[in-house]
Design a binder for this molecule. Structure first.
Ligand SMILES: [Fe+2]
Length: 216
């Protein structure tokens, strides 16, 4: 009778630990290196300069003038956008719901303008201001208090901010047209100016002098 020799049972290999898997796979073993900005070489581009990298048919001085104008418009638009959200949260009174919704709609529309202005700056070879502290240093719109204010005061503040932006739009659009930067002229007139004018209409029509609690 033939003897059947049983093959020794295969020793179960222990499951590789997560640590071992990570060590054997460089894709997951690389650790992010933090604080690289502290020893970084020179930045890719300094703020305030314009690059001629994109071939869009505009001279450096034209790009520089447009970038400077657009950064002012960008900072003011960021301020107005944020003022709309502040007022959206803090509005009070008999027109609460209307203004609450209207302010948020205008916030979204200003936010869309911000992206268009900033991307125009990048197309021109400039660098868009982005962070809150830089916006605060650049904007010409007066800073509202942290306090909660009455609806008529909110409306007044918003209309004043719109007017600052619109006055700049008229000046900047003309300068962009004169220098031959038609794209910037078009952005300012067709988008920024038209949006702000429309919003001024919607906000201004809330300025009514009618008794709400007691008939005259
Ligand atoms: Fe909300």
């Amino acid at each position: 009778m033939a003897t059947v020799t049983k093959a020794p049972a295969k020793k179960a290999t222990p499951k590789a630990s997560n640590d071992q898997a990570e060590q054997s796979n460089p894709a997951v073993s690389v650790q992010p290196i933090l604080n690289q900005q502290k020893s970084a070489p020179a930045p890719l581009q300094r703020f305030g300069t314009v690059s001629q990298r994109l071939p869009i048919g505009l001279e450096e001085n034209v790009r520089q003038e447009s970038v400077d104008m657009l950064n002012l418009l960008l900072a003011d638009t960021c301020s107005l956008r944020d003022m709309y959200k502040k007022h959206h949260w803090q509005v009070v009174g008999p027109t609460f719901y209307q203004l609450h919704l209207l302010y948020d709609k205008h916030y979204e529309e200003q936010d869309a303008l911000i992206d268009q202005i900033a991307e125009r700056i990048q197309i021109l070879g400039g660098i868009a201001v982005a962070m809150a502290a830089d916006i605060a240093e650049t904007t010409s719109i007066p800073r509202p208090p942290r306090d909660r204010e009455e609806a008529p005061i909110q409306v007044s503040r918003l209309l004043e901010a719109h007017q600052i932006i619109l006055k700049n739009c008229h000046e900047f659009a003309k300068r962009a047209a004169d220098s031959g930067d038609d794209g910037t002229n078009d952005l300012i007139v067709s988008n920024v100016m038209r949006t702000n004018e429309l919003q001024v209409w919607f906000v201004s029509e809330h300025v009514v002098d009618s008794p709400l609690a007691q008939a005259e």
